[in-house]
Design a protein around this ligand. Structure first.
Ligand SMILES: NC(=O)c1ccc[n+]([C@@H]2O[C@H](COP(=O)([O-])OP(=O)(O)OC[C@H]3O[C@@H](n4cnc5c(N)ncnc54)[C@H](O)[C@@H]3O)[C@@H](O)[C@H]2O)c1
Length: 386
């Protein structure tokens, strides 16, 4: 594991959970080594998560023959170097989003991947592993939406409304590659592609082909965490994006760090000629599906949104047996890691990786949309072809 901050802990927790939640587990994993920026945080990872050793030497970790899977859990500017070194060492890779700093770097990674040995190179797009959104994809793939008219996908946080929140790598463009658009936007661009993007067969949908974006920085300075001195913020707090998909359907993406009053609100709304879908991450046990083919009737008849009880109903080998229990955010990361290690097992026994798994190519596609948004906004909201 490279990086042991917030998400490094989440990935470690997922490894610890796999043997308890999946029976049979596709492989037995072990936390071997962790590479961190400081020896102290590495020791913490050893003590907390049970890694066998820690190091601050990236290449020593990547080239350790006892390690087969490398997790990328560092700030975005450190992804490229680690991913390229891990590919050169022939490792499987599980990279948290976004793949790199920008589409140029992501493209370089994907080009090198075509020349590297066959390995699992998977993104942590954890919202693909929300049971309700897995169910939503079943519905979109079944054609039950008909012709897609419109989509509205948003990811809203309020974590930056306090101007005294310190400056960090996340508010520095050179280290993050973007603010809300790269951080939250990466998730909703991916989830839109997962539900109605290429390969889903949804009529009037498909890949993002054109966008027009407005990125705003409202809180333009934040205090340095050590000196308290004000530092200029050069990333967006709020991103508002108009989109056209290759099949002609239009929709909006919205990402915000300043959505006062919300906690962790990922909203998906899809409207088609035959049906509609509605989901809110704050209500993650349920997927709302509207079947517009149900006849209209006096007093409403049977027409209206159906609440599908997705809860924690992952397919087997998820086996805790308590699938009626309410789902939680950590479940999505555990199932996402399960998918990655299961794909390693599939690949190593000669099988093909399922299309629903997020690949580096998906990471590149997301990064192209982020870059287009940054370019559009810098040019007054101009339409940008992707
Ligand atoms: N999928 C999700 O739900 C999710 C959530 C949060 C963050 N993330 C992603 O995870 C990544 C890390 O985010 P975070 O919130 O954990 O950040 P963080 O700041 O909490 O932790 C980053 C860690 O990486 C270490 N680090 C920095 N440079 C390093 C280097 N060159 N080598 C080794 N270690 C290094 C830092 O010391 C720190 O411990 C980002 O790419 C972010 O976008 C994903």
């Amino acid at each position: 594991m490279i990086g042991y901050g917030f998400i490094g802990k989440v990935h470690s927790h997922a490894h610890r959970s796999l043997p308890l939640l999946y029976d049979p587990a596709p492989v037995r994993t072990e936390l071997v080594g962790v590479c961190t920026a400081s020896a102290a945080s590495g020791q913490k990872a050893v003590d907390q998560a049970g890694f066998r050793y820690c190091t601050t030497d990236l290449l020593a970790l990547i080239n350790d023959p006892k390690i087969h899977l490398i997790h990328i859990c560092t700030p975005n500017d450190a992804h490229r170097e680690a991913v390229i070194a891990a590919m050169a060492a022939g490792k499987h890779i599980y990279c948290d989003k976004p793949l790199a700093l920008n589409a140029h770097q992501a493209n370089e990674i994907c080009t090198l991947a075509t020349m590297a040995p066959a390995r699992v190179r998977q993104m942590t797009f954890n919202y693909r592993f929300v049971p309700a959104l897995m169910r939503a994809r079943q519905i979109t793939l079944s054609g039950a939406l008909g012709d897609l008219f419109q989509f509205r996908v948003a990811y809203l946080h309020a974590g930056y409304i306090d101007p005294s929140r310190p400056y960090s790598w996340r508010t520095n463009f050179a280290r993050s590659g973007g603010g809300a658009i790269a951080d939250l936007g990466a998730h909703i661009i991916d989830i839109t592609r997962y539900l109605i993007g290429p390969g889903t067969g949804v009529s009037r949908a498909g890949e993002f082909t054109e966008i027009s974006a407005e990125l705003q920085t409202i809180i333009t300075e934040r205090p340095d965490s050590l000196t308290g001195e004000k530092r200029k913020v050069d990333v967006d707090d709020i991103a508002t994006v108009q989109c056209i998909l290759e099949g002609g359907a239009t929709g909006t993406l919205e990402a915000s760090r300043l959505a006062t009053g919300v906690q962790d609100e990922l909203r998906v709304e899809l409207h088609g000629s035959k049906g509609g879908i509605r989901f809110n991450l704050m209500d993650p046990n349920w997927l709302d599906f509207y079947d517009a083919t149900t006849p209209e009737a006096p007093l409403g008849g049977d027409r209206g949104y159906q609440r599908i009880e997705s809860v924690t109903r992952y397919p087997k080998p998820y086996s805790l047996g308590a699938t009626k229990n309410a789902v939680g955010w950590l479940n999505f990361h555990i199932q996402s890691l399960y998918d990655c290690v299961n794909n390693i097992s599939i690949l190593e026994s000669g099988g093909a990786i399922p299309a629903a798994s997020p690949t580096f190519e998906d990471g590149l596609a997301v990064q192209k949309v982020i870059d287009a948004c940054i370019h559009s906004s810098a040019n007054g909201g101009a339409k940008v072809r992707i």
